[in-house]
Design a protein around this ligand. Structure first.
Ligand code: GUN
Length: 295
């Protein structure tokens, strides 16, 4: 058996085409969606990811603004930049690229981002809304979880009432994804188990799952013996061997799985596409808020 490949590149391209139309429509209404990024330090992978986000913005017509701070800049300068973005009406949504260099307090950074402009959906207010089941157009939803859900839906992978095992409990993927997939939405409503690398016998859990989603960053962690035949396997964690991008999912998994993400072009492009969707939704919300204020 050879698994169906969950092609994130092709799915994201369709989403970008829809976003492009939305942006055109918004521009005709006098709204010019703007996305900001802040990068601290010189991590080459982070720099590359940010670069790709700006290329996506250019493709769909979203204005993008970038600020690069050196590690020496310090926390105060980062907070000043965040404050500037919070107050800039041309920036509807922005992110501070993670991970931050050591010594920078990520939680303090996230707390200072205006929740209305939090394109990552990682501010406690927005994570709280996810807990309450009011994410989506009403508040930003974390990009990678949203991208994974859209990728599964694009391939009609059954989710409702199925058992999803998420390996990884991080802030950007595992935790919000568990909240999303277990939420009482017709396209979610799954039984979700969250495990992590501190758990003994990972295969005991993964082999019971209809969908396994791995967000660890350890190459080849999930092998075919850990997967139920026909299950769906999504690799959301990445690591590098030199410049080669590696997946948490070993290649042999495709021999038993029903669906699997490719090593390159699976979740990554979907995350970036959701960033654009979140930015456009933030621009629309800001228009509604200003109309209400002026009413
Ligand atoms: N680094 C890797 N993934 C992400 C993400 O989704 N948001 C931010 N801000 N940084 C990241």
């Amino acid at each position: 058996m050879s698994a169906i490949v969950l092609d994130g590149e092709a799915t994201a391209a369709k989403i970008r085409a829809q976003v492009m139309q939305e942006v055109e429509y918004l521009k005709a209404e006098g709204i010019n969606p703007g996305l900001g990024t802040i990068l601290v330090g010189d991590n080459p992978s982070s720099a590359r990811y940010v670069e790709m986000k700006h290329a996506d913005c250019l493709e769909v017509g979203i204005t993008s603004v970038h600020r690069h701070l050196s590690v020496e800049a310090g926390f105060k300068e980062l907070l000043d930049t965040i404050s500037e973005f919070n107050h800039d009406p041309k920036i509807h949504a922005y992110l501070v690229q993670l991970p931050l260099p050591s010594g920078f307090d990520e939680v303090a950074v996230l707390l200072n981002v205006d929740p209305d402009k939090d394109v990552d959906g990682l501010h406690p207010v927005n994570l709280g809304k996810l807990v309450m089941g009011v994410s989506g157009p009403y508040s930003p939803l974390a990009c990678t979880p949203r991208g994974i859900l859209e990728l599964l839906k694009a391939y009609a992978v059954p989710i409702q009432s199925r058992h999803v095992v998420i390996l990884g409990r991080g802030l950007t993927i595992g935790r919000p994804l568990a909240l999303l997939l277990s939420s009482k939405r017709p396209d979610c409503n799954a039984a979700v188990t969250v495990i992590h690398t501190g758990v003994r016998d990972l295969g005991y859990y993964t082999s019971q799952a209809d969908i396994v989603i791995v967000a660890v960053g350890r190459a080849g962690l999930i092998t075919k013996d850990m997967i139920k035949p026909g299950a769906c396997v999504v690799g959301a964690g990445t690591s590098f061997e030199g410049r080669k991008l590696l997946s948490d999912v070993a290649e042999d998994v495709s021999q038993v799985a029903g669906w699997v993400t490719p090593r390159i072009g699976g979740v990554g492009p979907m995350t970036r596409a959701m960033l654009l969707v979140n930015a456009v939704e933030a621009a629309k919300r800001s228009q509604r808020t200003s109309k209400e204020t002026n009413a």
